[in-house]
Design a protein around this ligand. Structure first.
Ligand code: ADP
Length: 395
């Protein structure tokens, strides 16, 4: 491998945060950190040692923007003596556009292309590229790998990818891409490693962003997010699927600008928009007894998830495994129970006590569908991809 060390740094740039982890050879990081509230200062940095046992740094930071945040991370690593241990960096890139559908080494050509397609993911790509440039510039000896959230969905059925608008738009790259791919890859590998059935699987990634993927024999055939992450299920602050007529009406009759619509549909909708109070499932669960809109928002959320389980099961021709993951999926027994209520006809038999106890397997022994709760780990997946590409490229 190029560079002085063999450790892998992963950099996960989100819409307002950068998460990073430093891996030795196995799947367990030496340290994990996050700079949060980058778009809403003061920023906060938190760095913990392996397994979160020791806090290495926790403070407010007087910095502005993603470039400064990325520079701070590299400086901290270098001052802490970790800099020279890093031989490779894996970057999470939300969108690879129509051209980059597989994880790959970072090149100048890729960086330039990503700059040209920032309009495909304006809330993630610009800072993703900025951070890649800053870290790459400060650690010039490392081997860099781009890990795309869209890559996992590249082999979807064509009828899942094409939108039913004039076909020339498909050629221009207006299609369903799908997101949360690193999370789906991690869960799929975990299922494979533990011998779970992989023939007809739905993974429900229920976090701040919410999506589902249908997997047949280990490959993604369909997913709920689309050209952008706003499509599909009702989310914390995103609307999910909606009649395009509503968007036209808001543009024409309500005087919304494109930017105003973006804010409305991506930041002020979903659980937050309907409840008018919170985008956090925990808070809504606490309030639903006395707050009708909190109750309605949760009903809508669960109804939307149930509909998509039905729809993706139809795509798969049945279901062998249903996995819940991410913040809500991993932690909220109440929401899991409400989502699968009435789905016994699909062979989904929830074991109430196992579900309440947050067990790994939460289906009844005689349930035709295995229901699992698995913790996702996108950073670990990035480290694995980086390692594989290092070997593939003979570095
Ligand atoms: P992100 O998509 O930002 O990574 P997470 O996967 O951390 O988000 O999920 C965040 C969501 O998880 C929050 O909306 C929160 O409501 C939900 N959540 C976390 N813990 C719980 C819990 N114990 N019960 C219900 N919801 C939870």
């Amino acid at each position: 491998m190029k560079g002085p060390g063999s450790n892998i740094l992963t950099i996960n740039t989100g819409s307002s945060s950068i998460k990073f982890s430093l891996y030795k050879t196995d799947d367990h990081p030496v340290l994990k950190g996050e700079i949060s509230r980058i778009t809403n200062p003061p920023c906060q940095i938190d760095i913990v040692s392996a397994h979160g046992s020791t806090t290495l740094l926790r403070k407010e930071l007087n910095i502005r923007g993603f470039r400064e945040a990325a520079a701070f991370i590299v400086e901290w690593l270098e001052e802490g003596g970790y800099g020279e241990s890093i031989g490779a960096v894996g970057y999470r890139i939300v969108h690879g556009g129509p051209r980059y559908r597989e994880h790959c080494p970072v090149t100048e050509e890729l960086t330039e292309y990503l700059k040209e397609i920032t309009h495909l993911a304006p809330e993630h790509l610009p800072q993703g590229v900025e951070v890649m440039e800053v870290v790459g510039g400060r650690l010039p000896y490392t081997f860099d790998v781009a890990c795309f959230d869209t890559a996992f969905h590249r082999d979807m059925l064509e009828e899942s990818k094409v939108y039913a608008i004039p076909f020339e738009f498909y050629g221009e790259g207006i299609m369903r891409y799908g997101f949360h791919g690193l999370s789906y890859e991690y869960i799929t590998e975990e299922l494979g490693a533990s011998g779970e059935p992989l023939d007809r699987v739905i993974i429900a990634h229920l976090g701040h962003g919410v999506s589902m993927a249908a997997i047949r024999d280990g490959r993604c055939v369909d997913t709920t997010m689309g050209f952008t992450p706003a499509a599909g299920l009702v989310m914390s602050t995103r609307c999910g699927d909606m009649d395009p007529g509503v968007i036209l009406y808001l543009l024409k009759e309500k005087g919304f600008s494109p930017d105003g619509l973006n804010t409305l549909l991506n930041h002020h909708s979903g659980l937050l928009g309907v409840s008018g109070r919170s985008d956090d499932v925990r808070e809504l669960l606490e309030r639903e007894g006395e707050d009708e809109r909190a109750a309605l928002a949760l009903k809508l959320f669960c109804h939307s998830a149930r509909r998509f389980i039905g729809s993706l099961s139809a795509t798969l021709g049945g279901l062998s495994t249903l996995v819940f993951t991410a913040g809500i999926g991993e932690n909220s027994a109440e929401i899991r129970e409400r989502i699968v209520e009435g789905l016994e006809f699909l062979g989904i038999g929830l074991h109430m006590e196992r579900n309440r106890a947050n067990r790994r397997v939460i289906s009844k022994d005689d349930s035709p569908v295995r229901i699992l709760v698995l913790k996702t780990d996108e950073e670990c997946m990035m480290a694995r991809h980086t390692k594989r590409i290092i070997h593939r490229e003979g570095r």
